[in-house]
Write a protein that binds this ligand. Structure first.
Ligand code: SF4
Length: 336
């Protein structure tokens, strides 16, 4: 379901802009239902008031909790059923973070990601994205939303931008606490600067070599690492918050000294944070994480070069998210 069709339905029931905003605000902020219903019903047209209980139930049905898998670091992976029975994963992160899914499956096909192995099943509607936030807020407060779950947000751009707009206006999430995460797509760099809510941007870089990137992310748009960083830098200067470059560390593949030199070439002097994320090993895939010592040495080296680098603990294997790596990391930087 799209947020825009929800708005149209409210209007057809006689909702004025104030009613529409109140319904969307209370829903996205997951106000307690009784209190919310009483507040919602005050001063509303009769047709809308009569329809409201069914609508509230319908919105709750957009994302229902199937199961919850807590990790040992404050993370928890939620298995969430959408109205048609499709499942996505939503991850509660420490310190009020939430990772949401934007697609069922994913077409990018990153070779190290379980979600990428299954291809795209369907898009997640903008209302279903906000419903994941509303569901999480029934469990704990949410102050930050990262779009790093199952799916590539750039491949579902209209829905993701609609959800970002609602969360950043009525959903009580600060704009830079909305993090659009992408493998990089020219449409993203065109669309994001035009929105009234400008999210922070995380770019999945993973390697400084164009040929290796094509192997690791076989169906990502063909943007070279240089083009990605150039476009990212322009957006960082527009928004005045740094780009987060994501680098999933794969042993023997992108953890060598050649890559350190490549990172220096790409990111030195840029308005950027580099997140090194040691890979969460997946049974069915042949990739391995490098030793923690190697990862820490890489972070130390880059720090000495003046590149702001954070070494991220992945949330434990037990809360590994559908995106395989990017979605299920705790935001717990290690000192290099
Ligand atoms: Fe898609 Fe993200 Fe998995 Fe790549 S890592 S296949 S972009 S879900």
């Amino acid at each position: 379901m799209r947020i825009e069709s929800l708005r149209e339905r409210l209007r057809s029931l006689g909702a004025k802009p104030g009613h529409e905003q109140r319904v969307l605000r209370l829903w996205s902020q997951a106000q307690p239902q009784d209190k919310g219903r009483r507040a919602l019903e005050a001063f509303m047209p009769t047709a809308l008031r009569n329809e409201l209980p069914a609508l509230v139930d319908e919105l709750a049905g957009l994302a229902r909790l199937q199961s919850q898998h807590p990790g040992d670091d404050g993370s928890a992976r939620l298995l969430v059923a959408l109205a048609d029975g499709q499942m996505v994963e939503t991850v509660l992160l420490p310190r009020g973070g939430l990772c949401v899914s934007t697609q069922v499956g994913c077409a990018v096909g990153c070779v190290f990601c379980m979600t990428g192995q299954s291809g795209l099943v369907r898009q997640v509607g903008s209302a279903e994205i906000v419903a994941q936030v509303a569901l999480a807020r029934t469990l704990r407060p949410v102050k930050k939303v990262v779009f790093m779950g199952m799916g590539e947000p750039a491949h579902n751009l209209d829905n993701v931008l609609e959800a970002i707009d609602l969360l950043g206006t009525l959903g009580n999430i600060g704009h830079k606490n909305l993090v659009f995460s992408t493998v990089g797509d020219p449409r993203v760099f065109e669309a994001l600067p035009q929105g009234r809510v400008k999210p922070a941007l995380a770019l999945s870089l993973h390697t400084s070599r164009a040929d290796l990137r094509e192997q690791l992310l076989p169906r990502a748009p063909r943007m070279s690492p240089e083009e990605l960083v150039q476009a990212g830098e322009a957006y960082a200067r527009t928004t005045a918050y740094p780009i987060q470059y994501q680098w999933t560390l794969l042993e023997g593949i992108n953890d060598g000294d050649d890559e350190l030199a490549g990172i220096e070439r790409l990111l030195k002097g840029k308005y950027a944070v580099l997140n090194l994320i040691p890979y969460n090993t997946v049974d069915d895939l042949p990739y391995r994480r490098p030793s923690w010592e190697r990862a820490a040495a890489m972070a130390r080296h880059l720090h000495r070069l003046g590149i702001l680098t954070k070494l991220r603990h992945s949330a434990g294997q037990d809360v590994e998210g559908g995106c395989g790596q990017l979605r299920a990391r705790a935001e717990r930087p290690e000192r290099p």
